[in-house]
Ligand binder design. Structure first.
Ligand code: FAD
Length: 416
């Protein structure tokens, strides 16, 4: 429903306005104009979503859903740009002077290939058939380039000669939409600096499977709920790009904690270089992985470092909570079990929290049968954090053995 409403505002209304102004044109020309208008509108929507407006995040049901819509509006825009380019738009109209109109047409030619190539690059994670994964930094760059490219698209739509009166409602609608999208882009670039909060590192523990970093706010702390994540960066060379990490500590404490698995450049450099006293920056908090509703029977399933939201949620449970939770923590071996002592303490403290450790080196890969032998998922609410492949195989397997949970909660975060 929210997606339909957004598509109505950003696509249907402009196309209806275009029809009102240019519906009399021959179908090929009208089709080309519609494709161009659609591409422009979807790009506007895409840039506005990228600014993560809190209202839209709430409305769409979370940041993960917002990113999903953002991604597919980008894909739709590229498709429509390709269609727009197929139609020779030799139009006669009463737009701006021919000099500037020609410049607007040239500008569109100029951005066509960069838009298509960078657009495709930002949709792909890995090159088809090759094992080469496009580095995240390149992907970020391709995303950043979209702002200037879109600014040229706004110039193009504003000054190009159109086969209808420039004072038509569609022209104003598109111009304002473009201005809003450009403002959103500027905000997206500035927000990490304007919204971030300064913290300092109070301790760094290099555990076997993760680096545990604790931070204290230098000023106003971040508002946060257990299960949420934040964008973390450090005032250190090579650690300035914000990366998402779940807060693995309870929201009540003065300090915040992150448990970070060394997975690549940033996370390994963080492990190697971050020291007590370093300055860090946090932006957020985001996400709706809220876990337990008192009285509801729940299964929490964590795969590896996916334990982090459950660490925060378990910390937040009180002995007299009417919790009824089975936490299944799936790791390769005991040394991979980040925060195990804390979870055992939480299970001892809260009668309704039961901890089940699944060690795959001893018990084999966790599957639906093994899960159902530990806990009864049928009719419970399943909260999952970990590799998507594990989630898919477990939910599929549970359904095939007739033990489907009542509901499945997870966050589908695809930052690209
Ligand atoms: C919502 C969320 C919560 C997370 N919580 C945790 C956690 O609590 N503990 C933990 O260890 N890991 C967590 N991660 C994963 C963590 O963000 C990545 O492992 C980390 O960003 C990898 O960065 P890298 O440069 O070391 O590795 P790389 O090998 O460069 O990247 C590995 C993958 O991480 C993603 N990535 C890289 N840089 C960024 C970036 N700046 N922003 C977004 N994604 C990026 C890319 O998809 C990339 O393919 C979380 C991820 C998300 C989306």
């Amino acid at each position: 429903m929210p997606i339909t409403a957004l598509l109505t505002i950003f696509l249907l209304i402009p196309l209806l306005l275009l029809f009102n102004a240019a519906g009399h044109l021959d179908p090929k020309l009208f089709g080309g104009l519609s494709a161009g208008t659609g591409a422009y509108c979807l790009m506007s929507m895409n840039l506005i979503l990228a600014a993560r407006p809190a209202l839209l995040e709430r409305w769409l049901g979370g940041l993960d859903k917002l990113y999903w819509v953002h991604k597919w509006t980008g894909a739709g825009a590229i498709l429509l740009v390709l269609l727009h380019e197929q139609v020779d738009l030799e139009v006669k109209g009463q737009g701006a002077s021919s000099g500037i109109s020609e410049l607007a047409a040239d500008a569109a030619e100029l951005i066509f290939w960069p838009l298509v190539i960078l657009g495709l690059a930002s949709l792909l994670k890995r090159l088809p058939r090759l094992s080469f994964e496009i580095p995240y930094a390149w992907w970020r760059l391709s995303h950043r380039a979209m702002g200037p490219i879109f600014a040229i698209a706004v110039f193009h739509q504003f000054f190009i000669k159109l086969p209808f009166d420039n004072s038509a409602m569609i022209s104003a609608y598109l111009t304002w939409m473009g201005v809003a999208a450009l403002a959103a882009f500027v905000w997206t670039q500035a927000a990490p600096y304007l919204q971030r909060r300064a913290y300092s590192v109070t301790s760094v523990t290099r555990a076997d499977a993760a680096t545990i970093v604790r931070l204290k706010a230098e000023g106003k702390p971040l508002k946060r709920r257990p299960g949420q994540f934040a964008m973390l960066s450090f005032a250190r060379k090579g650690l300035g790009e914000p990366h998402p990490f779940t807060l693995s500590s309870d929201a009540a404490g003065e300090e915040v904690e992150f448990s970070i698995k060394p997975a690549g450049d940033f996370t390994q450099r963080l492990r190697d270089t971050v020291q007590e006293g370093d300055r860090a920056w946090l932006q957020g908090s985001y996400g709706r992985f809220s876990g337990a509703k008192p009285g509801q029977r729940q299964v929490w399933l964590a795969g590896g470092i996916g334990i982090t939201p459950f660490l925060a949620l378990a910390d937040g449970l009180k002995p007299d909570d009417s919790a009824d939770i089975d936490l299944v923590y799936c790791v390769r071996d005991r040394s991979e079990a980040v925060g195990l002592t804390r979870l055992e303490a939480a299970a001892a403290r809260v009668p309704g929290l039961r901890l089940h450790l699944h060690i795959s080196a001893d018990e084999g890969r966790l599957d639906a049968e093994k899960l159902a032998a530990k806990v009864d998922p049928a009719g419970a609410s399943l909260w999952f954090c970990g590799p998507a492949a594990l989630r898919k195989s477990i939910t599929k397997g549970l359904s095939s053995i007739g033990k489907s949970p009542k509901s499945v909660h997870f966050e589908r975060f695809e930052f690209r």
